[in-house]
Design a protein around this ligand. Structure first.
Ligand code: BGC
Length: 798
């Protein structure tokens, strides 16, 4: 079908029929139009798992390692494989469009959604994103680059105005989008919630029409982020093609009227629909339709287990390794300590969440590798906000499976549906297909085996009655605070109380809904023990073992959509726990289970640090494989770790009078640290020791259109290892930051050498000239730094 054929299909529809197709039909589907051969298009979130059509409690799918962990491989083949695997996960559910990758940059380490995005560096982000898109689209599933643009933090996310000068926008924040369009032609993009320089991202004539569709010649579809579209005419004229979700929204009749009143030209509508039909054609939803392959690996199949373990472990990053304490000796006795050891966090919060078949904790993973040599000790509390019951603490009263039972009622009290919820929570009102709204719900679980003091309570907006076995019923209301868009869905209000229970106690909460949509659940966990007791137990275990492994980290309270962090400090008393263990243990290894930078005040007192990201469903097996060296944790950091709160070139995420000025311009992360705009960081982007040791020699510049650097790298360690040779350009212009211009990875056996060629990327030589509104070029005469992160420069070539 040619472009003319698509235009003819568009012309065959009247205006209301065209406009109807330009708003979603439901939360994650588009309307079909049999008259023109258009089938239903199905979307799913998917940076690190294809959740399906339901926001929560949907189908069981594979949970991949998070984006920063995948990106830490610095390996386009890995991201290509991930794109292909996600396409398989999508095809298994007949999903046509996967809403990823997230390619906003790590402007400040406080950004809540950094875990979903690859890096602070635009070249690394763009190239890895392009690889992911190729892997996915080669199988006929569309990727969606998000969120266009300048969407680097979550505070006031639906209204914040990111104030970014044109050069910074083009050289930094648009560059990953440009690369992923140029190299992989991503078939869709998502316009962000925020404003950019006073104009909503969904109405960005300048960004969408002039730059993306105009200068880059982009022929794909631009959809809005969910509920982000505010207007009809301005958004349609600004280049937005599709409003999501539906069926309601600001277009519909208003857009029809705007066309009839002359506010929007009909060819503008036609162009939006042509792009939608082109997307449909690309994914096989137009015309004859596609035949979907019928069999794919299950999320818990051996093949997925192998893939997910390997992908996670190979991105893990050795930040410190004094005396080569890592890899761990197999005959060592290990005290494995920490809440993150027993409740390893496999994913961040918000729309990137999926419903995985299982999540392997580090405790389970290391115990399965080393058996009784491992003593597991729970750690200090790491959350301020309790979460719905996990790990079988509650079971379904009907089936006895880990989870809860939820019954939904309409206003007349008739049962609409009874569901089993394995994650002890459920979404109501977002993607239900009942005839009328849900008015009330009953949530129930049985306390499986715990006894003594426990904390129990409900989560969700409404008026609650809570009953726990024989205790008197508690009645109270929970309401959203009003801060934060989408709070009832992402961070609903909750309350817990302490009860003394015996195994088999029943826990029931009924709620009359006070909002049309929201997440509801039951919280249940043992009441916290005093911190001194927890630390004392850890110290005794550490002193008795050959090596203590402490697993610390963040949870989806920090690594989440819809909220930013206020500090990089580890939550709770985790630092005190590490200090105490390090004081008692013969050797101390810290595993950091977090996607983004954390502060490590104890760094000099521990022997080794392994950064493990949010490693997905196979997390515990992957950490064990990395600690033992079965898979080399060959990662290199994708973002710079500041040494203290505030000690970074860009920090605050709090808008002032609604505006968030990007005053650091292109000097984010390592670029700003290197220019002396912030104190030396704890770890630079690109840092990572792996299990090899490297000597560099014979570093040369090969000039030409695109200069390249060649170098010989020799593995002088005792294990095979993968080295990532990084090349940075330091321009002569004092107002231009140092920047990554290329990298090449090579695997080398111990004692062997390899000659490596690192092509540099010409897009990093460009310099936007605001006066001429055009690209210029950096002056010749800068120097290339060949480095293992800018804290370890091995050669400088002029
Ligand atoms: C997020 C998007 C996501 C969408 C659909 C929004 O809240 O910002 O990244 O794709 O929800 O779940």
């Amino acid at each position: 079908m040619t472009t003319d054929d698509l235009a003819a299909l568009v012309k065959s529809l009247d205006l209301p029929a065209k406009v109807r197709l330009l708003t979603g039909a439901s939360a994650f589907t588009l309307a079909d139009a049999p008259a023109i051969g258009l089938g239903e298009l199905r979307f799913s979130d998917g940076p690190t798992g294809v959740r399906g059509l339901k926001f929560a409690g949907g189908r069981v799918v594979s949970l991949f390692p998070n984006a920063t962990l995948l990106a830490s491989t610095w390996d386009e083949r890995v991201l290509r494989e991930v794109g292909a695997l996600l396409a398989e996960e999508a095809m298994a559910q007949r999903i046509h469009v996967v809403l990823g990758p997230t390619i906003n940059l790590h402007r400040t380490a406080l950004g809540g959604r950094l875990f979903e995005a690859y890096s602070e560096d635009p070249l690394l982000t763009g190239r890895l994103a392009a690889a992911y898109v190729r892997g996915m689209q080669d199988l006929g599933v569309a990727a969606c680059l998000k969120h266009l643009v300048a969407n680097e933090s979550e505070t006031e996310r639906n209204t914040v105005d990111s104030v970014v000068d044109e050069a910074t926008l083009r050289e930094l924040y648009l560059l990953p989008f440009e690369i992923a369009v140029e190299e992989a032609n991503a078939w869709s993009m998502m316009a962000a919630y925020n404003d950019v320089n006073g104009v909503a991202a969904t109405e960005q004539q300048h960004v969408i029409n002039e730059i993306v569709k105009g200068e880059w010649g982009y022929d794909g579809l631009v959809m809005s982020d969910w509920f982000a579209t505010k207007t009809a005419a301005a958004a349609a004229n600004g280049g937005l093609d599709l409003v999501m979700p539906g069926p309601d929204g600001p277009w519909g009749d208003a857009l029809v009227r705007a066309v009839r009143d002359g506010g929007v030209d009909e060819p503008v509508v036609d162009d939006h629909l042509t792009r939608l039909l082109l997307l449909a054609r690309r994914v096989g939803a137009l015309g004859a339709g596609r035949s979907w392959p019928s069999s794919f690996p299950d999320p818990d199949s051996p093949v997925r287990r192998e893939q997910l373990t390997r992908l996670a472990a190979s991105g893990m990053t050795v930040l410190r390794n004094e005396g080569d304490v890592l890899p761990l000796a197999r005959d060592a006795s290990v005290a494995l300590i920490g809440r993150h050891a027993v409740e390893t966090i496999g994913m961040g919060g918000g729309s990137a969440q999926v419903n995985p078949p299982y999540q392997v904790s580090v405790a389970a993973g290391l115990t399965s590798a080393l058996g009784s040599a491992v003593t597991v000790v729970d750690g200090v509390d790491v959350r301020t906000r309790p979460v719905p019951a996990r790990d079988g603490f509650l079971v379904d009263p009907v089936t006895g499976q880990a989870g809860i039972r939820v019954t939904l009622y309409d206003a007349a009290g008739a049962v609409l549906e009874e569901r089993f919820c394995p994650r002890s929570s459920t979404m109501v009102g977002m993607d239900d297909d009942f005839a009328g709204p849900v008015a009330s719900a009953r949530l129930s679980g049985v306390i499986a085996s715990a006894s003594g003091l426990v904390e129990l309570g409900p989560m969700g907006v409404g008026d609650w009655t809570v009953t726990v076995d024989g205790s008197p019923a508690l009645d109270y209301s929970l309401r959203a605070s009003g801060h934060g868009f989408g709070e009832e869905v992402l961070t609903p209000p909750l309350r817990t109380d302490r009860f003394r229970v015996s195994p088999g106690a029943s826990f029931t909460a009924t709620v009359t809904l006070a909002a049309p949509m929201g997440l509801f659940g039951l919280i249940a966990h043992p009441a916290a023990r005093p911190t001194v007791d927890v630390i004392d137990e850890a110290v005794r275990a550490a002193a008795a073992a050959d090596v203590a492994v402490v697993v610390v980290g963040l949870t989806e309270e920090q690594e989440t959509e819809s909220a930013d962090k206020s500090t990089l400090a580890l939550p709770g008393a985790q630092d005190a726990l590490v200090e105490a263990v390090a004081g008692a243990a013969r050797r101390t290894v810290v595993v950091v289970n977090a996607a983004t930078p954390v502060l490590m005040p104890w760094l000099s007192r521990v022997d080794a640090v392994l950064w493990a990201g949010l490693p997905g469903q196979e997390g515990g097996h992957a950490v064990a494989a990395a600690l033992l060296g079965d898979i080399e944790p060959a990662g290199r950091l994708v973002t710079t770790f500041p040494a203290a709160d505030g000690a970074a070139p860009a920090w605050s995420v709090t808008p002032v009078d609604g505006k968030l000025p990007y005053t650091e311009r292109t000097f984010i992360g390592y670029r700003g640290h290197f220019a002396g705009r912030a104190p030396a960081p704890a770890f630079w982007l690109g840092h990572g020791l792996g299990y090899g040791k490297w000597e560099y020699s014979d570093v040369r510049l090969v000039t030409g259109d695109a200069p390249a650097i060649t170098a010989t790298v020799r593995n002088v360690g005792s294990r095979p290892s993968r080295e990532v040779v990084q090349v940075y350009l330091r321009p002569v212009e004092p107002d231009e930051p140092v920047r990554l211009v290329g990298w090449t990875a090579v695997r080398v056996a111990p004692g062997e050498s390899a000659r490596v060629v690192v092509p540099t990327d010409a897009r990093l030589w460009r310099r936007w000239d605001p006066a001429g509104s055009s690209w210029g070029r950096l002056a010749d005469g800068g120097s290339f730094l060949v480095a293992r992160g800018l804290g370890d420069i091995r050669a400088t070539v002029s």
